[in-house]
Design a protein around this ligand. Sequence first.
Ligand code: DAV
Length: 371
Amino acid sequence: MAWSPDKTTVNSWNEWDPLRHVIVGRADDCHIPPEEPALDAKVPEDSDMRGQWGKRPQETIDRANELLDKFADQLRARGVKVDRPTPIDHSLPVTTPDFHTASQFGCMPPRDVLLTVGSEILEATMSYRCRWFEYLNYRPLMQQYWEEDPKFRHEAAPKPRLTDADYHPDYLSEKIGVEKRLQWAAEKFFVTTEEEPLFDAADVLRFGRDLVVQHGFTTNLKGIEWLRRHFPDHRVHTVNFPGDPYPIHIDATFTPLRPGLILNNPQRRLPDDQREMFHKNGWEIVDSAQPAHNQPPPLCYSSVWLSMNVLVLDPKTVCVEKSEVYQADQMDKLGLEVVEVDLRDAYAFGGGLHCSTADVYREGGCEDYFP
Ligand code: DAV
């Protein structure tokens, strides 16, 4: 499985082995989608995003693209090959026999849509109606990889129907309140129902033979069961973080840095009974540093915890957002070299450094870290 810059090889089994080839998203034509059940449940009740939708202001798109381009250049300068998606027209509606929504989302962040496991890239079902066609932004790359790599497995999970039966109406009232949300999260009562398998790729962390998947708003138990049946050679583990009132995507909550070391968001602690596999195998789970900001930037879906949404380049090197000084300091103390990346003005487009990327090639094979 030798790597060459001229011809794609798809291979990535975990979040930390040396990164050689990656996809970085684009902010072009990104929209704030109209209201829909799964999205409404995620937008905090006091958010500046409530009640507005349409194309994002062009100057914010241009600024985010400038930062994403620079991030891509920084990666290239470190020897990482970088591909970029081809944006489709996100102003177009999504209409299927089962639902209609008036616009799409964007081609950020790729991590939400594409799950790379070994030589496979799997397009997730997604759970938002506005993201139903998002995989199309990446199809030109998938076709290219297919041509260049005879071992590449391009897979797509069954497209969900996303009728109203997929969403609990309880989550749709205007003011639920954080207390109620925390209680529901602890009870594992989320906005998505068990009507059909649903998952976003960013709810999955790869640890070689083991996949760790967050059950929450964007991934239901049937989605996790689908992954289990789809990857029969893997062990698939379900995790929950009851401290998170808006549990969407695992990568601002639980961040493996190298074999044996994981950062955990101190407000979203992994419950003790779910720590066993890590502790039994000598893995350390440490609280992440505090974010440097009290508020997310304007029109942002994500929380301030994008501070820990880092991209590991190899077990000794990690990209940290430039303003996240506490996170950078912690990395330094943990013995990692920090590469500062200016990306905060792109957060509103769907996330931080890990979100904004999707793996194509990391060195190394499928190891068993939890024998
Ligand atoms: O903390 O808002 C953001 C994760 C984005 N992929 C959060 C989760």
